[in-house]
Write a protein that binds this ligand. Structure first.
Ligand SMILES: Nc1nc2[nH]c(I)nc2c(=O)[nH]1
Length: 271
């Protein structure tokens, strides 16, 4: 079952991955999937008890984590007293890694195959709104996919209306009414945008710029998952502020926001 073989059905690989996870975790069905982007790492522990942790490379279709030496893991977490289980995808494959779009979205297809009905996609990104300082979480209301690619194969015309669930966004705002919303723009990366490209994204109606999420969201919709997306603004996008932020400021802002956004995420998922 080679995901890179065009004659392989990626959904067959997702089913094999789900089968492996059911056996490896002892959890026959998962309810919600979580993708933890930059700055969101602490959320899983606040969510509940980790029932099992599996090395991603052991699961069909998942590739080694991009960060050298860092073995990506997939965790099964029991969500509080609800008896529900979250599948926490510890590391994502970015399009810029050049491993193909099937691997970018394999986690979504696998999550759906485990029985999950909802996915929460989180990421770290650049913000176009000066009011959103580093460490600000922003709900994704819609997206602009500037990657010029799609995870959907063949003449499969997937509707993306309300792709970012208004219901789940409402839930999130019940938890934290101060949450703002924004349109997320995915650039291919791995380079950051020029100030001119950031201005272009703004003119196109974008509020957040990143290098992930939109392709995963499309695949999640195709797989029938309800999607909630939350961005953590770790930096003001290029050119938004005169003095470029120091990398240290960006890192410490992300870390400082950790507890708050992890608690937010846990509260939303518990609902
Ligand atoms: N494209 C893009 N991706 C990002 N990821 C993070 I963290 N910050 C940025 C940013 O400013 N632009």
């Amino acid at each position: 079952l080679d995901l890179d073989d065009p004659t392989t059905d990626p959904f067959d690989v997702a089913r094999a991955a789900a089968e492996h996870l059911a056996h490896a975790t002892g959890v026959p069905r998962h309810d919600v999937a979580l993708v933890l982007g930059s700055g969101w790492g602490g959320a899983a522990d606040l969510l509940g008890e980790t029932v099992a942790e599996v090395a991603s490379t052991d699961v069909p279709g998942f590739s080694a984590a991009a960060v050298h030496g860092h073995v990506g893991t997939i965790r099964s977490v029991r969500i509080g007293a609800s008896g529900k289980h979250a599948l926490v995808l510890g590391s994502r494959t970015h399009l810029y890694e050049g491993k193909g779009v099937r691997r970018v979205v394999h986690g979504m297809r696998t999550a759906a195959a485990t029985g999950a009905t909802t996915v929460v996609l989180t990421n770290g990104c650049g913000g176009l709104n000066p009011a959103w300082g580093p460490g600000t979480p922003v709900l994704i209301s819609d997206h602009l996919n500037l990657t010029a690619t799609s995870p959907v194969e063949g003449a499969t015309f997937v509707d993306l209306t309300d792709l970012y669930s208004p219901r789940l966004r409402g839930l999130a705002r019940e938890v934290d009414p101060s949450l703002d919303e924004g349109v997320y723009v995915q650039f291919r990366g791995p380079h950051y945008e020029t100030p001119a490209e950031v201005r272009m994204a703004g003119r196109l109606g974008g509020d957040l710029v990143g290098m992930s999420t939109t392709l995963e969201a499309i695949a999640a919709r195709q797989a029938g998952l309800e999607v909630l997306g939350i961005s953590l603004v770790t930096n003001l996008a290029a050119g938004i502020s005169e003095q470029p932020l120091s990398h240290e400021e960006v890192l410490e802002a992300g870390l400082a926001a950790g507890p708050r956004i992890s608690a937010l995420l846990a509260d939303i998922i518990r609902r």
